[in-house]
Design a binder for this molecule. Structure first.
Ligand code: GLC
Length: 536
């Protein structure tokens, strides 16, 4: 979307809104039940109507799909399931023609075991790529070198007969970890980035960026005293030696240097870490990631006091000049409409789209998609297959197809989709919700339009006014423009005094029906409602 006025001098990734497309599930045009790039092209009007600025596209590279594209066999081509490189070039051009950006997923921690680099590396101990992956001799008893585990369950090592050695895989054994201590790996991956940047992509979301380095001495991870049996097995141990290692930020800076060879690109990094550690990924001189993903709305309890604390803690920990960001959902976590329930999901949408920081919106959350219901014989996610039944561990539930209309298969496909539609799709879909001013989709459109219209809501300052009980109120301001956002995290009516809100005019409410009201000395806020109040 074109920007003007005060936003014209602000980088697009600060003022803009990112929308994540999960290509398996956006739109199928070939009739195989799986989404594809021509499908995305056919649905660009939805992105324009919504008003987002950038698409982050989950991986579309050539892949055996053991982990749904996060296992890449060719970083420079498109998997035939999704189309061709020419289709992707067309997507870049068509997004740009509409004033939108394309952020590619970049998966540097591991390749597929079918990648030619791994085929060569695993063939012998003395081939030219022998040290491109993390190889180790057996322990004295012939077993794996140490206690490192896979994030997807089981040991993190796999035996390779040809080398008489083990290789480390933080995820599936079909996803061997690259050796990022090898400068040749670094250079090869930098060239992959340049390949895409030269094609016109506007940035990258870097997969598991905090995993890139592992302890060079291969020391055991310590046990986790707090592990409980309803948690994945990997949490038995603390990832002290396998994640967030000294030196990893230098690799992030290396990516950033490559991006800076091109104007106006963005580097987003996936980091599930404390706020303090997450902030390290900006780099002290803001020479790391522009936006280390902030997943705390996914990780922390949805409580007024907690969110108020998060805002303040984040603002305190951000290096000077660093820009925040917020995420409510993605392809790895339960849907926000299920996590918080439909009413609070509306309150959460108000937060995401009035917060100080770049919002990332996951496809389907704008129509209030809830978790999918996946029968055991339809499970596709390797994480769920390896460790079935753990709460919050099944990722298929967030990956079900987009629901476009009430036609068969919700307009997603002409055949049965790869994952089932969410029950109720006949009414929870883009077409039905477009026609309903009270729908989740209409709420998103109004919030986005408001954020676009008022720079105070995107790039303005933030100040927490109150965060107690069920009430969170905060202020956004810029150059004399001021908003107060008041959110009710509970189902009971709140009647209280928020002096900074009095005299303002309600311009949006999550539940609807209060537009134009002037706030008096007392603020009344219905259960599960959130208000955006404007001044001046
Ligand atoms: C990231 C991706 C996830 C994938 C994992 C391994 O967390 O978001 O989907 O399984 O990395 O690449």
């Amino acid at each position: 979307m074109a920007v003007s006025g005060v936003l014209a001098n602000v980088p697009w990734w600060k003022s803009g809104i990112v929308y994540q497309i999960y290509p398996w599930s956006f739109q199928d045009t070939t009739g195989d039940g799986v989404g594809d790039i021509p499908g995305i092209l056919a649905r660009l009007d939805h992105l324009c109507d919504l008003g987002v600025d950038a698409v982050w596209l989950s991986p579309v590279y050539v892949s055996p799909m053991a982990d749904f594209g996060y296992d890449i066999a060719d970083y420079r081509d498109v998997d035939p399931r999704f189309g061709t490189l020419a289709d992707l070039d067309r997507l870049i051009a068509e997004l740009h023609a509409r004033g939108m950006k394309l952020i590619m997923d970049f998966v540097p921690n591991h390749t597929s075991d079918e990648h030619p680099w791994f085929l060569e590396s695993s063939s012998s101990r003395d081939n030219p790529r022998a040290d491109w992956y993390i190889w180790h001799d057996p322990a004295p008893d012939g077993g794996p070198p140490n206690n490192w585990r896979s994030m997807f369950g089981g040991i993190g090592w796999k035996w390779c007969e040809a080398r008489g050695q083990w290789y480390y895989h933080a995820f599936l054994d079909k996803q061997p970890d690259l050796n990022w201590r090898n400068p040749k790996v670094v250079a090869a991956m930098h060239d992959v980035l340049r390949f895409w940047l030269a094609r016109g992509v506007d940035g990258f979301r870097v997969d598991v960026i905090w995993h890139l380095l592992k302890d060079p001495d291969f020391r055991d991870n310590p046990p986790n005293p707090d592990w409980t049996p309803d948690e994945p097995e990997v949490r038995h141990i603390l990832q002290i030696m396998t994640c967030d290692q000294p030196g990893v930020i230098d690799l992030v800076k290396g990516f950033r240097e490559v991006l800076d060879e091109f104007p106006d690109k963005v580097l987003i990094g996936e980091v599930y870490l404390t706020i303090e550690r997450m902030c390290a990924y900006y780099g002290e001189a803001l020479d790391g990631a522009h936006l280390p993903f902030n997943f705390h709305l996914l990780m922390d309890p949805w409580k007024a006091e907690m969110i108020g604390w998060l805002i303040e803690e984040y603002e305190r920990r951000l290096p000077p000049g660093a820009w925040p960001n917020w995420v409510l959902g993605n392809h790895d976590n339960a849907r926000v409409a299920t996590r918080l329930g439909p009413a609070q999901a509306r309150v959460a949408a108000v937060y995401l789209l009035t917060a100080r920081g770049t919002p990332t919106l996951f496809q389907g959350d704008e129509i209030g998609l809830t978790n999918g219901v996946i029968p055991p014989d339809k499970v596709r996610d390797p994480q769920e297959k390896n460790e079935p039944g753990l709460p919050g561990h099944d990722r298929d539930i967030a990956r079900t197809p987009m629901q476009w209309d009430a036609s068969p298969y919700a307009g997603f496909s002409s055949v049965e989709p790869w994952l089932p539609l969410v029950p109720g799709w006949e009414t929870v879909n883009v077409a039905a919700e477009s026609a309903d001013p009270a729908s989740m989709l209409s709420l998103h459109k109004r919030l986005i339009a408001l954020r676009r219209k008022h720079p105070a809501l995107s790039i303005g300052e933030v100040r927490v006014l109150t965060a107690a009980g069920d009430l969170l109120a905060f202020e956004r301001s810029l150059d004399g423009e001021r908003f107060v956002v008041a959110m009710n995290f509970g189902s009971e009516l709140i009647e209280t005094s928020v002096p900074a809100a009095s005299g303002g005019q309600i311009v949006l409410s999550a539940k609807g029906g209060r537009d134009g009201e002037i706030v008096g000395k007392r603020l009344t806020l219905a259960g599960d409602d959130a208000l955006v109040i404007a001044f001046g």
